[in-house]
Ligand binder design. Structure first.
Ligand code: NAP
Length: 444
């Protein structure tokens, strides 16, 4: 029997566990998560109104309910108060780190720390009920918001900002976030790319969805599209379709909807400007294409008023104490999923998902990524299996003062979320703080 720990129960962790048990009947997997709830970014990153993507939880659930897979929530690995990676390594024949990319990239411009300036991940965590997220008064006094970046996260947060109560009520969004978004006086979202429409990172399906939001119009400036020198016919199909959708919107006459999403291009953020102690505007420099896919500054500037700024410029992996880390890519160095220490594969240590390859790709990208790692691990299995590990790692975890939340604890949280929803006259409504989650998990 080979005992494997998978750290992280998001898509990469679940696909890794699934691949392991499917390919080797002798493998037993514990999936550890620092939260009492499984599914990682599917629960805490996919927007609440994207029910179809969220329904993936059903297939991840069947992995965690597999007879040779066990979910152990509430187990922090590494860092202050966490189980040291060296100790974890002693408890299992192999450990696969699927810890994702837990933080956001920085802009590195003046004013970034002003009140009212947040990373998109902080905003996403709040409306997703992440227990570490705070209600930071994101929308207090906000009439205009700037979202910096034109990836799918930027599309998600822009869409959530303009969604009305009627659209959000049927989702599992926590009640406080629903009330705040429903009461917001926001009328304008500026979503801004530093390069052109042909270089935008969003996918066409997500982009198109912006055009169908009730009570909201999408505004695109024809002149900004015209700056793009890329030949649409020569673009890869995804980018070509994006440009077509944007051109369609640019050709539409102005409407009079209560809310607007303005999609802007060729504007590079240079400073967040302060008004009365908080962010009041973003200063952008107009850029122009350099014909190599990049842009150059023009020395012309534009200030866009905003009482809320969401920096949506990508996620970034964080170092896990005790494991190597490449600060440039924000990933753990690896060879086909084997963790490299000083350039040499470290026996029994593996990575999969965003901490392996960086924060790119859709959920499905994690399948082949996990498969590659599992192939390496199973090739090493004969040597790894000779290691001496405890029969039950949970007893050893308890001895270190860690009391894992078992699968039944998670099922109790699910029941509590259904009961809360019923009390509020809604469907399932997420619990959003540690005490309530852990209290619910203890209900037999
Ligand atoms: P992303 O796709 O990497 O987009 C980041 C955006 O930030 C790009 O437009 C980038 O512009 C811009 N940016 C980076 N540094 C900047 C700077 N200093 N100043 C101004 N702009 C800057 O990242 P993401 O949106 O966080 O998404 C992460 C991954 O999750 C992606 O693979 C995404 O597709 C996926 N995701 C998918 C969905 C979905 O399928 N529905 C939803 C959410 C996320 P440049 O291109 O010029 O660098």
């Amino acid at each position: 029997m080979l005992r494997v720990a998978v750290v992280g129960s998001g898509p990469s962790g679940c696909y890794t566990a699934q691949n392991l048990v499917q390919r080797d009947p002798g493998v037993h997997v514990d999936v550890l998560d620092r939260l009492p709830c499984p599914y990682g970014l599917v629960r805490y990153g996919v927007a609440p109104d994207h029910e179809k993507i969220k329904s993936l939880q059903g297939s991840l659930r069947s992995v965690l309910e597999h007879e040779r897979v066990r979910f152990l929530g509430g187990v922090r690995v590494g860092g202050p108060g966490g189980l040291p990676v060296e100790r974890l390594r002693e408890l299992y024949h192999a450990v696969v780190y699927c810890v994702g990319a837990a933080t956001d990239r920085r802009l590195g411009i003046p004013g970034e720390e002003l009140p009212g300036s947040w990373s998109a991940t902080e905003f996403v965590s709040w409306y997703s009920a992440h227990p570490d997220a705070a209600d930071a008064g994101f929308l207090r006094g906000v009439r205009s918001a700037v979202v910096i970046g034109v990836g799918n996260v930027a599309v998600d947060v822009s869409r959530m900002l303009v969604r009305g109560a009627a659209e959000l009520r049927p989702t599992d969004i926590p009640q406080a976030a629903l009330d705040t978004l429903a009461a917001s006086g926001l009328s304008e979202v500026h979503m801004v790319g530093r390069r052109g429409p042909a270089q935008a990172r969003f996918t066409t399906k997500e982009l198109r969805e912006l055009g169908g939001l009730p009570g909201c119009e999408v505004v695109v400036d024809k002149a900004e599209l015209a700056l793009d020198t890329a030949d649409p016919g020569a673009l890869p199909s995804g980018q070509r379709r994006n440009v077509e959708v944007l051109r369609g919107w640019a050709a539409e006459p102005a409407a009079t909807a209560a809310r607007r999403i303005r999609l802007r291009f060729f504007l590079r953020p240079v400073e967040l400007l302060e008004v009365a102690g908080r962010v009041g505007a973003v200063r952008f420099e107009r850029t122009e294409p350099d014909d190599r896919g990049g842009v150059t500054g023009t020395g012309r500037y534009e200030d866009v008023p905003a009482q809320l700024v969401l920096r949506s410029v990508g996620y970034r992996g964080v170092p896990l104490p005790g494991l190597p880390f490449d600060p440039v890519s924000g990933t753990i160095p690896h060879q086909e999923g084997r963790v490299l220490r000083d350039g040499t594969p470290s026996p029994g240590e593996y990575v999969a998902g965003w901490i392996k390859r960086g924060p790119t790709g859709v959920i499905g990208t994690n399948r082949p990524c996990a498969k590659e790692t599992v192939t390496s691990l199973l090739a090493d299995a004969p040597a790894l299996g000779r290691g001496d590990v405890p029969t039950d790692p949970v007893a050893a975890l308890r001895a270190t003062g860690v009391e894992p939340v078992p699968w039944n604890g998670w099922l109790a949280i699910e029941r509590a979320e259904a009961e809360l929803g019923a009390r509020l006259g809604r469907g399932v409504v997420k619990l959003s703080d540690w005490d309530t989650l852990l209290g619910a998990a203890r209900v037999p």
